[in-house]
Design a protein. Structure first.
Length: 96
């Protein structure tokens, strides 16, 4: 996730205009889809997550300020512990 101003790398292009009669659907007969989408198990887990998650704008601003000032310290041990705990939880859910 990027915090701060978004700067696109390319300039957007405008799509070609398609002349179509109003109310008519595009002709998709015989057209193969260009992409196949599959949802991961992480998506299912996030959908099952409780809806009590709240957004703390003040906390986000404090962290963003610390990053800008070069004062934000990453606690690698805490991150590793949480990753292991999450992995153990996922493994336990998968074996039920």
């Amino acid at each position: 996730m990027k915090i701060g101003q978004f700067e696109p790398k390319t300039t957007p292009t405008t799509p070609a205009k398609v002349d179509r009669k109003p109310g008519s659907a595009p002709d998709t007969a015989g057209v193969e889809p260009s992409a196949r989408v599959e949802l991961s198990s992480a998506t299912a887990l996030s959908a099952a997550a409780p809806d009590d998650a709240t957004f703390d704008a003040a906390k986000v601003e404090r962290i963003a300020g610390a990053i800008r000032d070069g004062k934000y310290k990453v606690d690698a041990g805490a991150i590793a512990d949480k990753l292991i705990a999450n992995a153990q939880e996922l493994i336990a859910r998968g074996t039920r």
